[in-house]
Ligand binder design. Structure first.
Ligand code: F6R
Length: 238
């Protein structure tokens, strides 16, 4: 595992965006696994800037997102479809027909089956990850074992509390989501995890300070992948 400590979150986001742009330039029809959340806003802002100023084109890129809340329509300001459109897809030359986010308003089992099918037929060149304060990646919450495939998950109270900062109150935060499984995440050729926020310090320590893999801190599974880079501002270093 490669570890990169940067001056601050801006430098970390720029480095991650540059890595994504490299994949897009190198792979003719790149397939990117994408993440949402506060940690990623500057990554997408940088990618939009690369598109506008440096001519980086997303015209041949396919994307698939890690997760989506169940019960939020795409028009909802906190749905991940809305997030991706407003932070990235609407601002670059990507063909939205080539962007996959499980639909939160469809019958969950049907949406899940379609998501699993898409993942099975679109190997990812790159997977972008954030991490939850409880160590979750995607919405793979702490548990007794790792779930390999995409699945429907009941969100941890810790996750709902953390994410309530984007909603009016915790009662508005959905209780369930569809998420890629750990096995889906691990199938990507290259993985980059961007850590932002003092509340992630403990998860980062579990990830980079020793060799233990523990389903109670899901991000630790990344130690088993052969091409993972963890990027974090130096003030979070254990
Ligand atoms: C988002 C996702 C989550 C977030 C994590 C961190 O698509 O899968 O794992 O990356 O919850 O969220 P922020 O960046 O808001 O702290």
């Amino acid at each position: 595992m490669k570890k990169i400590a940067t001056l601050d979150h801006y430098a970390a986001s720029l480095l991650v965006a540059e890595s994504i742009a490299d994949v897009v330039r190198t792979e003719k029809n790149a397939c990117l696994g994408l993440a949402t959340g506060g940690s990623m806003e500057l990554v997408y802002a940088n990618l939009v800037e690369f598109f506008e100023k440096d001519g980086v084109s997303f015209g041949r890129v396919t994307t698939v997102n890690l997760d989506e809340y169940i019960g939020l329509p795409p028009s909802h300001l906190q749905s991940y479809r809305h997030y991706m459109n407003s932070h990235f897809f609407d601002l670059v030359d990507i063909d939205k027909a080539n962007t996959c986010i499980p639909p939160g308003m469809e019958a969950p089992e049907a949406a899940l089956a379609a998501f699993q099918k898409f993942l099975g037929s679109h190997p990812r060149d790159f997977q972008l990850l954030g991490v939850g304060a409880n160590g979750h990646i995607g919405f793979n919450e702490p548990g007794a074992f790792f779930e390999a495939n995409a699945h429907i998950v009941t969100l941890d109270e810790c996750t709902r509390k953390d994410n309530s900062r984007f909603f009016g109150s915790i009662d508005e935060v959905p209780r369930q989501a569809i998420t890629m499984g750990i096995g889906d995440i691990m199938k990507a050729s290259k993985i980059m995890l961007l850590v932002r926020g003092d509340n992630k310090k403990e998860a980062l320590r579990e990830l980079i300070s020793h060799d233990r893999v523990d389903p109670r801190v899901p991000c630790t599974v990344l130690k088993l992948h052969s091409d993972v880079t963890v990027v974090y501002p130096e003030k979070l270093a254990p």
